[in-house]
Design a binder for this molecule. Structure first.
Ligand code: ADE
Ligand code: ZN
Length: 336
């Protein structure tokens, strides 16, 4: 009998919370800087990696936005996403919903078309060459204004067919979801799927706002929901998925040790929790590293692992045919 950790690595699963700019490995940052004739403020790949010692979300975001500044051309966005898809597929990820932050690039003068077309062509290639399904979700940076978010949505609409939904990310505390109620109302009119980061560093109230003001279909992170029993009951009643990112929570000091991670408590509370990598190049691991380290730290069972994989399929924005296909793949892997 395989262990729970071996099972976790072997089974097919969906990844629903990955920032593509957070998949930029230091080696690729250096290669793209060279290709684009840019100087970096780090002497080597090792020096850059050594700077990845974060104390909170903001200390990470400062380095993450600096790393993304090497992305200039369509091929850069394509190459970054392709590198992620190869790693995800090697971890038996069969479906991926990929966040991207257009404002990080358009604010540097990179056209929206360059960003979206580069990423969309990598999704197409992943479908064709890796046999996985892949979609894009456009995230608004919450530290910027509502006006900037509206302008970003407007600029992206010519490429509407290339993304399935919108999200909300960046510095959480001080930027509650309600700041973007009107932008998300417009996005719902456009039939975009709705997600938002809430309850990563921010309080349970931000999760309530994401649910009630933005009308989210998933909560990204949501680990602080456990502080509010009424909220936990409501998340369970709605079967609201939480896209949880254990290694991210560890590296950004949301938890001080993985043995303290709330994943087991979220599952035991009956919530639809999933495992995801968030920014794998910065947090020390892709999907399977997140699964294995969490399983080992919390002594999760084979049943817990299967529940997490089933939850990821249930929470995916795929059509019912694809959901049944992924469920059949999971069932076959479990019994095989
Ligand atoms: N952008 C990239 N990673 C993020 C995270 N973990 N939280 C908020 N914004 C992000
Ligand atoms: Zn995130």
């Amino acid at each position: 009998m395989t262990t729970a950790a071996e099972l976790a690595t072997a089974i097919p699963k969906a990844e629903l919370h990955i920032h593509i700019e957070g998949s930029l490995e230091p080696e690729l940052i250096f290669a793209l800087a060279e290709r684009n004739g840019l100087a970096l403020p780090y002497a080597s790949v090792e020096a850059l990696r050594a700077a990845y010692a974060f104390t909170d979300l903001q200390s990470f975001l400062d380095i993450y936005y600096a790393g993304a500044s090497v992305l200039l051309h369509e091929a850069d966005f394509h190459d970054m996403a392709w590198a992620y898809f190869l790693r995800a597929r090697a971890d038996n990820v069969v479906h991926s919903e990929v966040f991207f932050d257009p404002q990080t690039h358009t604010s540097r003068g990179v056209p929206m078309a360059t960003v979206i077309q580069g990423l969309a062509s990598a999704c197409e290639r992943a479908r064709g060459e890796l046999g996985m399904s892949a979609e894009l979700i456009l995230c608004f940076l919450r530290h910027l204004s509502e006006e900037d978010a509206f302008a970003t949505l407007e600029a992206a609409l010519p490429y509407r067919s290339h993304f399935i939904g919108v999200g909300l990310d960046s510095s959480e505390v001080g930027h509650p979801p309600s700041k973007f109620s009107r932008v998300f109302a417009r996005c719902r009119e456009l039939d975009l799927r709705i997600v938002a980061h809430a309850g990563e560093e921010g309080p349970p109230d931000y999760i309530w706002e994401a649910l009630n003001d933005l009308k989210t279909e998933r909560i990204d992170h949501g680990v602080r929901s456990l502080e509010d029993p009424k909220l936990v009951a409501e998340l369970a009643r709605r079967r609201m998925p939480l896209t949880v990112c254990p290694l991210s929570n560890l590296k950004l000091c949301v938890v001080s040790d993985l043995t303290d991670h709330p994943m087991k408590r979220l599952l035991d509370a009956g919530l639809c929790a999933t495992v995801n990598s968030d920014d794998p190049a910065y947090f020390g691991g892709y999907m399977n590293a997140n699964f294995v380290q969490t399983v080992q730290a919390l002594q999760l069972s084979r049943e817990d692992v299967i529940t997490l994989a089933r939850n990821s399929i249930e929470a995916s924005f795929v059509n019912e045919t694809r959901r049944e296909e992924m469920t059949a793949m999971l069932d076959a892997a479990i019994s095989g």
